[in-house]
Design a binder for this molecule. Sequence first.
Ligand code: NAD
Length: 358
Amino acid sequence: MSASIDIDVALGERRYPIRIGAGLLDDGAWRATLRGRHALVVTDDRVAPLYLARVRDALGTLAHDAVVLPAGESAKTLDNAARVLDALARLGASRDAAVVALGGGVVGDLAGFAAATWMRGIDFVQLPTTLLAMVDSSVGGKTGVNLAAGKNLVGAFHQPRAVFIDTATLATLPQREYAAGLAEVVKYGAIGDAAFFAWLEANADALNARDEDALAEAIAFSCRCKAGVVARDEREEGERALLNFGHTFGHALEAEQGYGALLHGEAVAIGMVLAASLSSRLGRAPAEDTERLLHLLSRFGLPVEPPRAEPDALLARMRLDKKNVSGRLRLILWRGIGNAEIVPDVDDAAVRGVLAAP
Ligand SMILES: NC(=O)c1ccc[n+]([C@@H]2O[C@H](COP(=O)([O-])OP(=O)(O)OC[C@H]3O[C@@H](n4cnc5c(N)ncnc54)[C@H](O)[C@@H]3O)[C@@H](O)[C@H]2O)c1
């Protein structure tokens, strides 16, 4: 096993570790963060055949069970959260029990939500296995499930007790899912660090080849960035909104295309290019920076042009975004690479213009 990287997430009095390294699933360190007599592993039916046995081995003689959900976003439901809660009841889990989330963001969000609500909140440990979950969803404590009325409508803030990122699990991740995770990595450079963005440009080939060192560095930078933002603004009252760069456009595209047609990271890639182009049209940012963003995302094999969609339909969806205030469109735009900003009152005509002809 190569050397691991440790990052501390500090939220006032509360803190938790993120550890990044190859082979961590077999390492006793994550097991040592469990405090009680019971553990419930939550995973999905694609990840279970690959990694569940190793996680169960690491749990050893601790009383534990596993819930295996169907893979995919459609499993992120209240019914499945109830399945996890029922399994905790069957296990006889008390307040010192822990939920262990083994999988991507779907498993992490749902397992975290169940942990937040069982006996008003028990520990949960994140063992993320997609790049998106490693760099984004496993850190920061947003948990939840979807309703028919919309994504993530039910949820709770509940920070994990620890996050253990075994980078070796990425070897089995399908290429499209891997690239979608890279979109979120690019986002961290785009919103707050021009030097990291330049590092990604220099290391794009290594990342495409899933080089272990380059990946560990990209994941560590992303986790540090997310941990820093969450530490300063846990409940998204200010700066945390910057993490949504590209997301208002992206969510509208995802919904308009029908969920599943575009992966979330793919929609975010297109959304970031739209946000960057809009910024330069509004005279807020240099057009060359949009070109650099577009080029980097393309090198990762990500889509950069919106699929055909009616601009007014997209605009109507963007109006439903949780970030809007008093019906005015509030978007995350940028001044250029490494410098995102919240713009509270963006002109509809300019947004329609960029949607009609990016
Ligand atoms: N909580 C947050 O802050 C936050 C942030 C971003 C996204 N999210 C949520 O994350 C979810 C998306 O997460 P995701 O992109 O990880 O999707 P996912 O959990 O659906 O995983 C994608 C696919 O990859 C498979 N998979 C996972 N790990 C694998 C591995 N190592 N090898 C082979 N296959 C593997 C899964 O079975 C699934 O089919 C969404 O529900 C989104 O709302 C949450």
